[in-house]
Design a protein around this ligand. Sequence first.
Ligand code: NAD
Length: 495
Amino acid sequence: MLPSFSASSYDFTEYVPAKNFIGGQWRDPSGAEEQPVLNPRHGKAMASVRFSNAGDIDAAVQAAKTAVSEWAGLPLRERAQILYKARELMLRDLEELSWLVSHENGKLYDEARAEVLKGIECVEYGCSLPNIASGNELEVSRGVTCRLEYAPLGVVAGITPFNFPFMVPLWMIPQALVGGNAFILKPSEQVPLSALKLVEIFREAGLPDGVLQVVQGGREAVEALCDHPGIAALAFVGSTRVAKLVYGRACATGKRALCLGGAKNHLVIVPDADPEVTIENVVASFTGCAGQRCMAASVLMAVGDVDHLIDGIRERAARMVVGQDIGPINLAQSVERIETYIAQAEQLGAKVILDGRGKKATDGGYWVGPTLIDGVTPEVPAGTEEIFGPVLSIMRVPNLEAALQIENANPYGNASSIYTTSGDVAAKIMGHVEAGMCGVNVGVPVPREPFGFGGWNDSKFGHGNITGWDGYRFWTRQRKITTKWALQKDQTWMS
Ligand code: NAD
């Protein structure tokens, strides 16, 4: 039984070492490597995590194989009942889960709570599947029917990033479980603790041993998951570099794979944008979770004369207090990466009009305050590469065509938003932008359930979205059954 995480404030709080959860047992991973789990606000180890090797992955696959046939044999409606119970338990433990996410990831308590609630929304989608996952049936010729069923794949796996330790696993788990599969989760080694609570909740909800398991670790564990012949499908969420590698490796062993990668999201502002909405939204988009969201605004395409909006954005962002209104960055190395992008932009002639470097809320933690860089051009890496920090690069362009040209030249295609009061202008951007998730006067255009989450181009490898109905389809395979009971003697091409 896992102990409760006792924090109820940002005060440094230790937690148990992260273990594997295999076949209903907590087990120590067998790999030699071990690393601290850092609380980014304090820069101190709150726990530790040992890495799994191929042997641990195989043990999880074998336990999953044992468990999956009985689980898959339950009616879908019964499988979904577990999610109702899990949802109740998540709401019961909302405070504890939110503080755990906040401590291991660093995000503010309110941001962590919003993450847990969004995870619960994904569980609710899973609860709704018994009402929407019926297959089709049609009489295709006299006395002959064709029926479509969604059958489980068997043992499946998910690999998740550091920035949403509770929500991203729940993009995958509800549909995979209701679909009748046994799921193996490999969380980010930076944030392995929320996954422990997650599996504990499903166990308390009554999920049989082996149906949901956790393996801790890094590259070796991921490669073993990609290579294991007992795993039928694999989803990944993380950086584009790794998403590409994992997609290639998983597909090479014949697995179904869906791998979501990084992003460089553009917000377009035009002179007729509503100042209040735009300023508040743009600031929230690039500073929320300290810019460590794949949906965060990263480039502001300033079309025409929008100085009044940029002044407002700068003033609003400058009022933010580090540690209170904006949380820490995950690692010291990430602070270094972000500051390098800022310094490089300055060297290439851009102007830092709000500088978050050196802003600190604690001595040991990892911090960067809100940063605005004006006059960025496509030649400046801050304007084209994923920074993953609270930095907004402002590119000045004369018209919408120029904005679209720059935006669509970027290889990523996750999210894009336009701020305007003109439907015509919005339609122009929405109709031509190369991005899978778009917003009009919305800074973080995450498609809420039941709409599927997923970008385009280098932000996603594989077909379909990871949440919503596409998620259910990803974790199941279609069986088509043709039936003829009226055994008529006349011959048709069907006979
Ligand atoms: P990451 O790619 O470093 O790690 C993601 C996962 O891959 C982790 O579980 C990690 O252990 C594993 N991993 C790391 N290196 C590996 C390697 N060489 N081989 C095999 N596995 C490896 O990503 P991160 O830093 O944890 O997360 C941030 C990134 O995730 C950002 O790029 C962000 O945009 C992206 N992200 C994307 C989405 C989306 O929906 N598109 C959502 C959240 C985060």
